[in-house]
Ligand binder design. Structure first.
Ligand code: COA
Length: 260
C-alpha cells in the first residue's frame, strides 16, 4: 500500500515505520493516525516481521504532537473521535504481540510522547526532548498520555509534566524511567539496530508471552498477574521453539527460533 504520511522499510525481520511529515515536525493528523493504524495491523499480521521500529523523519522531531492546525477547528464531537482514534492506535501498538521500539532523535511532544510511550522500548538520542505541553494550548493529553505516563513514571512525574507543560531532556526522561536507553546522536541508529536485531532473533511466541504477562499483569492484582504468567509459561511448552531453545542449550549450539 502507498502511504502519504509514512515510509515503511524492512531490514531482515525488522520493519521500520517512519512518520514522514518533516515539514510539520511529523505532527499526527487524522490521516497519519489512520495510516499508522493500517501499517501496524500489517506488521502484526506479517509473520516475517518480528520487531518493529517506529521513528519520525528528519533530525528535528520524532513527532511534535497531534496536529494543532487540524485540532484548532474541531468541535467537541470531532475531538472525541480524534481522541478515540488516537487511543485505539496507541493500544493497538501496545498490544501488537511483537516488540516495538521507539527511535527518538528529537522532539517527542504531546501525541508524540504518547506514541513513544505506547511502544515497548524507547531509545533516545541525548538531544531528544519529551513533554506533554497540551496545557499550554488549553488542552489535556488525549491519546493516553495521562494514563501511560502515570504507569511508566508515577503520579508525581505525570502531574509535573502534564501540569507544567515544560519539556524535559533525554537524561531526565531516563532517570524517570520514561526512556529505556539514552545514546549519543551519532550512536542512535547503531543502538536501535542492535537492539532490534536482538529482539528479532528471539523466540517470537515467548516474546508475545512476556508482552502479555507484563502488560496485562500490570493492570491487575499480583495474584491475577501471576496467573497470567503461569498460563503464558505453560503455553510456551506447546511450542517447537521451546524444544529448540532448551535442546540447543543442551547441545551447546545457537537456537534457531521459527515462531512455531
Ligand atoms: N501540529 C501542527 N503543526 C506543527 C506541530 C504540531 N503539533 N508542531 C510543529 N508544527 C509545524 C509548525 O507549525 C511549523 O509549520 P510551518 O512551517 O508551516 O509554520 C513547522 O511544524 C515547524 O515548526 P516550528 O514551530 O517552526 O519549529 P521550531 O523549531 O520553532 O519549534 C517546537 C519546535 C517543537 C518547539 C514547536 O514546533 C512546538 O512547540 N510545536 C508544538 C508542540 C506541541 O504543543 N505539541 C502538543 C500538541 S497537542
Amino acid at each position: 500500500m502507498a502511504y502519504r504520511n509514512l515510509e515503511i522499510s524492512n531490514r531482515g525481520a525488522v520493519r521500520t515505520i517512519t512518520v514522514n511529515r518533516p515539514d510539520k515536525l511529523n505532527a499526527l493528523n487524522r490521516d497519519t493516525l489512520n495510516e499508522l493504524s493500517i501499517a501496524f495491523t500489517q506488521a502484526a499480521q506479517d509473520d516475517a516481521v518480528r520487531t518493529v521500529v517506529l521513528t519520525g523523519a528528519g533530525e528535528k522531531a520524532f513527532v511534535a504532537g497531534a496536529d494543532i492546525a487540524e485540532m484548532n477547528g474541531y468541535t467537541p464531537v470531532q475531538a472525541q473521535s480524534f481522541s478515540r482514534i488516537g487511543q485505539q492506535l496507541m493500544s493497538a501498538i501496545e498490544r501488537l504481540g511483537k516488540p516495538v521500539i521507539a527511535r527518538i532523535q528529537g522532539f517527542a511532544l504531546g501525541g508524540g510522547m504518547e506514541l513513544a510511550m505506547a511502544c515497548h522500548l524507547r531509545v533516545a538520542s541525548e538531544k531528544a526532548k519529551f513533554g506533554q505541553p497540551e496545557i499550554n494550548l488549553g488542552l489535556i493529553p488525549g491519546f493516553g498520555g495521562t494514563q501511560r505516563l502515570l504507569r511508566l513514571a508515577g503520579r508525581g512525574a505525570a502531574l509535573e509534566l502534564c501540569l507544567s507543560g515544560t519539556p524535559i531532556g533525554a537524561q531526565r526522561a531516563y532517570e524517570l524511567g520514561i526512556v529505556t536507553r539514552v545514546v549519543a546522536p551519532e550512536a542512535l541508529d547503531e543502538a536501535v539496530n542492535a537492539l532490534a536485531d536482538q529482539l528479532a532473533a528471539a523466540a517470537p511466541l515467548a516474546a508475545a508471552g512476556i508482552l502479555d504477562a507484563v502488560l496485562l499483569g500490570g493492570e491487575t492484582s499480583i495474584d491475577q498477574g501471576l496467573e497470567f504468567e503461569t498460563q503464558a509459561f505453560a503455553l510456551a511448552f506447546a511450542t517447537q521453539d521451546m524444544r529448540e531453545g532448551t535442546t540447543a542449550f543442551l547441545e551447546k549450539r545457537k537456537a534457531q527460533f521459527k515462531g512455531r
